[in-house]
Structures are given as structure tokens and as C-alpha cells.
Design a binder for this molecule. Structure first.
Ligand SMILES: NC(=O)c1ccc[n+]([C@@H]2O[C@H](COP(=O)([O-])OP(=O)(O)OC[C@H]3O[C@@H](n4cnc5c(N)ncnc54)[C@H](OP(=O)(O)O)[C@@H]3O)[C@@H](O)[C@H]2O)c1
Length: 251
């Protein structure tokens, strides 16, 4: 490490992050900003989240309003490029799979699945441009092109209870979305990772389980892994990234 501190390899790269007001999204924002990324945050409240430098770009975003294209346009007008899209906004509404009101499933579907797809679709031309620039600038092996990182869940890989099955339906769909984006982006220099944690110590997990918070994965550790996935070259892509604080039967 130099006297100036850790290397800021990502200097100038631009990431859009949803769900950065708190929880995992906020930790990813902090980790990326510390590494030299420029941020555009889509937020329901236009308030700079705690611990972030004021040069972050803020844009209105409510996943239930379908305003992703306007956010992307504002970010491109501000920065002139998009290198990564991080989808962390999400909701978990517990309820037995037989009795779960359809409106609850619809809300989870909108926020967890449809909004990330719309956001990535709106940013796709910019991500393709980033992929093309990266390949023109450096050798193919070291190129770091466009990146998509979506918060899935271990609930996207297995179903542990009837009470979380509605949420698990949406997170299985997120994993499928990630695989589809990997297929669509491969030749264009875009790599997609679906991060799949178990319990992470945030408002969401504390609201739904008695599992001790101090034994949960820390959001900052998820963010460290997310940063690695975003910064590895195209030739070292991570498709899914399961992370657990408990013993799991399957991954
Ligand atoms: N915590 C866990 O144990 C865990 C485990 C596996 C996966 N995940 C996933 O990780 C992601 C982040 O979860 P978290 O634990 O950080 O949750 P969290 O602490 O509850 O934060 C949720 C974030 O999503 C945003 N959000 C919710 N509804 C929104 C909407 N309609 N439009 C825009 N933003 C909205 C919230 O914004 P406001 O502040 O405006 O409400 C907040 O920034 C989610 O996709 C979640 O499913 C979490």
C-alpha cells in the first residue's frame, strides 16, 4: 500500500445503486465510494444516506412507480456513463404460501423482480458502451466491462419454510433474471452476479426472525464481496454468490 492509502482502482467508474438508504445497499455504496467509484443513488427520500460523501448523485426512485428510465437518464446526464448497476432495494413480506394475500406477492414481485429488470434494461445501452470501451482499451483478459449485481438470497436457491415461500418465489425469479442477463451480456462485455445471502444484520432480517443479530452476516461483509464481483475482470465472472452465517444443506 502506498503512503496515499489503498489503491482506488475504480477511479471514475459510475455505479447506480437502488436500496442505498440503509442495509446492504448502503454498505455497498460506502464500499464503492471508498474505492473511488462515483455513485448515483435511486432513493424514495432525496436525503444523502449516512456516511457517504456529498458528491453522490441522488435521483428519485420508487420501485413501485416504475421510474427507472428517468433515473438512468438523470445519471447519464450527470456522469455521461454507467459502468455498473447494483439492485439492492427489496421487500420481504412474510405469510403462509397458501394464505399470502395476492397483493403482498404482487408488491414483492414488483420491487424484487420487475424493478431490477427494468433498471438494468434502461441502463443496458450504457453498460454495452462500457463493455466495448473496456475491450478497446485493455487486453481482453484484463478488461472490466459493464457490471450488474443483484441482491438475490439463499431463498432464491432453496425454500426453507412455507412462511417465506412467497418471498422465495421472487428470489428464485431473481436468480433466473441473473442467468438471463448473463446470457444476454456475455458477448457485450457485461457480467452479472446474483448475491445470495442468508440472514444479514439489517432491518429486514431483524423484523422476520429471532435468530441472534450478532450471529448474522454483517452487511459490510456482503459489500466487500459485492465490490470484488464488480471489480474482477470479465474473465473471472461470478454468477451466483451464496453467503451464509448458518450451516446449509445445499447451495
Ligand atoms: N437482510 C437479509 O437477511 C437479506 C438476506 C438475503 C437477501 N436480502 C436482500 O438484500 C436486499 C437488501 O436488503 P436489506 O437487508 O438491506 O433490506 P433493508 O435494510 O430492509 O433495506 C431495504 C432497502 O430497499 C429499499 N426499498 C424498499 N422498497 C422500495 C421501493 N418500493 N422502492 C425503492 N426502494 C425500496 C429501502 O428503501 P427505504 O429506506 O426508502 O424504505 C431500503 O433502502 C434485498 O433485496 C433483500 O431481499 C436481504
Amino acid at each position: 500500500m502506498s503512503a496515499a492509502g489503498p489503491a482506488r482502482d475504480a477511479e471514475g467508474r459510475v455505479a447506480l445503486i437502488s436500496g442505498a438508504s440503509r442495509g446492504i445497499g448502503l454498505e455497498v455504496a460506502r464500499a464503492l465510494q471508498a474505492a473511488g467509484w462515483q455513485l448515483s443513488l435511486g432513493l424514495r427520500q432525496q436525503v444523502l444516506p449516512p456516511g457517504l460523501a456529498s458528491d453522490a448523485h441522488l435521483a428519485p426512485h420508487d420501485a413501485e412507480r416504475g421510474d427507472e428510465a428517468a433515473w438512468v437518464a438523470a445519471a447519464v446526464a450527470h456522469f455521461g456513463r454507467i459502468d455498473a448497476v447494483v439492485c439492492s432495494a427489496g421487500v420481504m413480506i412474510p405469510g403462509g404460501i397458501v394464505d399470502l394475500p395476492d397483493a403482498d406477492l404482487q408488491r414483492m414481485w414488483e420491487v424484487n423482480v420487475r424493478a431490477p429488470r427494468r433498471l438494468v434494461a434502461a441502463a443496458w445501452p450504457e453498460l454495452c458502451a462500457t463493455g466495448a470501451r473496456a475491450r478497446a482499451a485493455v487486453d481482453r483478459q484484463g478488461a472490466v466491462g459493464g457490471r450488474v449485481l443483484i441482491l438475490g438470497s439463499l431463498s432464491g436457491l432453496r425454500v426453507k419454510s412455507a412462511g417465506s415461500a412467497g418471498y422465495a418465489m421472487t428470489k428464485h425469479a431473481v436468480v433466473a433474471l441473473g442467468h438471463g442477463l448473463r446470457q444476454a451480456g456475455h458477448a457485450k462485455g457485461i457480467r452479472t452476479t446474483v448475491v445470495c445471502p442468508g440472514f444479514v444484520d439489517t432491518d429486514m432480517a431483524r423484523a422476520i426472525t429471532d435468530f441472534p443479530p450478532e450471529q448474522m452476516t454483517r452487511a459490510a461483509d456482503v459489500a466487500r464481496l459485492a465490490r470484488i464481483a464488480l471489480e474482477l475482470p470479465d474473465t473471472a465472472a461470478l454468477a451466483t454468490l451464496p453467503i451464509s452465517c448458518q450451516l446449509e444443506d445445499i447451495y
